[in-house]
Ligand binder design. Sequence first.
Ligand code: SAH
Length: 223
Amino acid sequence: MRRKDDLEAIRQRMVAEQIRGRGIRDERILAAMATIPRHHFVPYTKPRDVYRDGPLPIGQGQTISQPYITAYMTDLLQLREASRVLEIGTGSGYQAALLSFLCTDVYTIEIIRAHYIRARKIIERLKYKNIHFREGNGREGWPEEAPFDGIVVTAAAKGKVPVALLNQLNDGGRMVIPIGQSLYDQQLVVYTRKKDRLIEKEDLAVRFVPLVEGSSTSQHVEK
Ligand code: SAH
């Protein structure tokens, strides 16, 4: 079998077993994950191993989530085609790519320059057009483009949720964020805005690298 066909088969199996097999029913998420070449996004790991059921290092002490968690968090956002979504923690760019299949525009912020540059290059090469990148501290959100229909934070906030992000949520919008004091005590929390009210709901126990606190000193560079 050619290498490309081989990876295609591995990717289909990942979707069938890890994603559909564990209860993700949104056909758009399943189709997108069956299409996106995850191995282009993850360095250091052999292409076929990138489709395994676990997190992987992406450099600079950061990790890309296990495919199921990426699908699960995306599913919690309940995006529609007309939605605009903000991601905090671009990392490899994989989740941004997934989001770009599901809605109109994806805004993604990354604090580590090397990741910001690398993710942007890969997405450019794959010609996914509706993703906007910013280098900086995601805790402040992206006020110029707010409000958003969905916000997903892919690093864990210690204790308190960044208020700037909640303020950038549309009426009816949802934010998914891991919150917890330590690696062993984190939970996904879903916030839904209903006019001036915020409804908070705890979800899965998870393990994410910490969200960098404080404000960023790097320049904002926009596409
Ligand atoms: N969503 C990514 C995985 C992200 S790993 C993917 O699909 O690959 C978490 C990322 O969040 C890391 O790249 C880390 O550098 C970034 N990060 C941590 N704190 C941040 C902050 N305050 N603002 C923006 N990005 C942050």
